[in-house]
Design a protein around this ligand. Structure first.
Ligand SMILES: NC(=O)C1=CN([C@@H]2O[C@H](COP(=O)(O)OP(=O)(O)OC[C@H]3O[C@@H](n4cnc5c(N)ncnc54)[C@H](O)[C@@H]3O)[C@@H](O)[C@H]2O)[C@H](O)CC1
Ligand SMILES: [K+]
Length: 515
């Protein structure tokens, strides 16, 4: 599992993520406009063959097994098989189906006329160094069963190098769920546009490294189906350019935003400190941190540039209330939750009643889940962001089946609450109340540890005071994961504790050219 994409996505391609139906409609426009299906299949096969030769040089992968399905995924695979054979690879086909689509049947017949062996027995591929999976693409209609399922399981047991064409066979191209069984790929060469099923947390172990192959889909056909505001898209490096890096020479600290962080307790003292360390890396003009009184020295000691507000505290060392004279109208971005505990709901109520842009995380979310706070959220006028991980999301929205399709669950939650939802995970999904979704395509398992979320909350609070809330949320998410990837690259996937992550925020930013 690469901790840092060595060759990230070709971001010059549209960052859109499509459903099966949208892909079919886009390709349908291309075919109706005159592009012969056979021509596109041949083009796709050539592009795939070139990439596979780069990934699998013939001297290291002399023998290749090619799984040929009954549909056009199988057709793609047959073009690849033929082209690689002509370039000197040894190729053997596995095709256990009696029927195939006409185009696929033609390619199969031609491959056989060239002397490429075909076997219905998967064991005849046991000697191959690499397996090319052209069983099913987005046309999979039902779970794999019988001999096909057994052969896929056998193949996975071999643990050979596997490249899947478009989608690992057996994976649902919308939900990313495994239908009966699925090929476990090292690489998935996705054709044209990313499929929604490939951008789901639970699909990651099956798809391996996801690469996008540009098959030349005209932008006009994509826009005709997806519209000008594509429903689902990836975060991209373009977000670096949106950060508030351009400042007027005459600016002053009061013009660079004032953020407030609220949290901390005797039980969890470090979370709010991590958030504060991250917030100040955003360059926010002023940073205020409201903590229980006893934590004030800790914050001041580590973040002397912050204005630390010592709050009255409960006997358990949590914030009892925010100071009565605290004017929340002074802040353009508030992050509440790291280390807060759920002892004092009044703190969250006070923030919800304010007209401040508010990001709720951790115990701020757990308090939101109590009583009718969540149902009242739709009446809040100021921008609101909820940043749950999976467990918090399930507590907040028990009726939404996020497991099957987390991005769509996040969208539904955003539309129900009127808040932006940032559903954290391996592929964090951000949804806004207008129904748009952004998915972060690049992250690292190194971030799966306590404190990472606090760092994100700090970035959000700091950027919300300097940028439009949605842009700030997208940029913070991208920045956070890129810093994690860089930290993992330099310290291994074990070395990205939250404190070190805060120290990688600026290096990650600096390592990308800003126009
Ligand atoms: N749209 C195009 O013409 C192009 C598609 N590309 C590639 O082709 C696939 C999509 O092709 P399609 O034929 O629609 O679907 P599949 O190849 O996935 O095969 C579906 C095929 O299999 C049968 N089937 C479905 N489920 C099962 C099952 N569980 N067991 C057995 N058989 C099953 C179904 O009846 C169909 O006949 C796409 O992913 C691309 O790889 C090209 O890239 C460009 C042209
Ligand atoms: K496939």
């Amino acid at each position: 599992m690469p901790v840092y994409p060595s060759d990230p996505y070709p971001y010059d391609l549209p960052p859109y993520i499509v459903t099966t139906e949208e892909m079919r409609q886009i390709e349908g426009r291309v075919f109706r406009a005159g592009m012969p299906i056979a021509a596109l299949m041949e083009k796709v096969g050539q592009l795939l063959s070139q990439r596979i030769q780069e990934l699998w040089p013939q001297n290291r992968y002399p023998q290749l097994g090619v799984l040929v399905g009954p549909g056009h995924n199988g057709g793609d695979a047959l073009v690849v098989a033929r082209e690689l054979m002509l370039r000197g690879y040894g190729v053997i086909l596995w095709h256990p189906f009696r029927r195939a689509k006409p185009l696929t049947a033609d390619h199969l017949r031609y491959a056989q006329s060239l002397g490429i062996p075909v076997s219905p027995d998967i064991n005849d591929l046991g000697h191959c160094q690499g397996i090319i999976d052209g069983l099913f693409g987005f046309g999979l209609e039902r779970p794999l069963t019988g001999e096909v399922l057994e052969s896929v399981s056998q193949l996975n047991r071999w643990q050979k190098a596997v490249i899947s064409i478009d989608i690992p066979s057996g994976l649902d191209s919308d939900r990313g769920t495994v239908l009966g069984g699925a090929i476990k790929a090292d690489h998935t060469l996705c054709l044209g546009l990313r499929k929604l099923g490939l951008m789901q947390d639970h699909a990651l172990d099956v798809i391996g490294k996801l690469e996008l192959i540009d098959i030349g889909l005209p932008a006009k056909d994509i826009t005709a189906i997806l519209g000008d505001r594509p429903p689902v898209q990836c975060l991209t490096p373009a977000l670096w350019q949106t950060l508030p890096l351009r400042r007027s020479p005459s600016t002053h600290k009061y013009r660079q935003g004032h953020s407030l962080l609220v949290g901390g307790s005797a039980t969890y003292g470090g979370s709010i400190l991590l958030a504060a360390l991250a917030a100040r890396e955003t360059g926010v003009g002023m940073l205020s941190v409201a903590v229980p009184h006893h934590l004030k020295p800790l914050i001041l000691g580590q973040v002397p540039d912050a204005l630390v507000i010592g709050c009255p505290e409960t006997k358990n060392g949590a914030i009892a209330q925010l100071p009565g004279d605290l004017d929340l109208g002074r802040f353009q971005g508030i992050g509440c939750g790291p280390g807060l505990t759920t002892e004092t709901p009044a703190v969250v109520d006070q923030l919800l009643d304010s007209s401040c842009p508010l990001a709720l995380d951790a115990d701020g979310l757990n308090l939101l889940a109590q009583g009718d706070r969540l149902s009242q959220l739709v009446h809040r006028k100021a921008p609101t962001l909820l940043t749950p991980h999976g467990g918090e999301f399930s507590r907040l929205f028990p009726s939404l089946i996020q497991g099957a399709n987390r991005p769509l669950a996040a969208r539904q939650a955003a539309q129900e609450t009127g808040a932006m939802i940032l559903l954290k995970g391996a592929r964090t999904a951000i949804a806004n109340p207008t129904g748009q979704i952004w998915i972060n395509p690049e992250s690292t398992p190194a971030l799966a540890r306590g404190g990472s979320g606090d760092v994100l909350t700090g970035l959000l609070a700091g950027l919300w005071s300097q940028m439009e809330p949605l842009s700030a949320t997208l940029a913070a998410t991208w920045w956070h994961s890129q810093a994690g990837c860089l930290a993992a690259q330099e310290n291994t996937v074990l070395g990205v504790n939250a404190w070190r992550l805060t120290n990688y925020l600026i290096p990650a930013l600096r390592s990308h050219p800003i126009d």
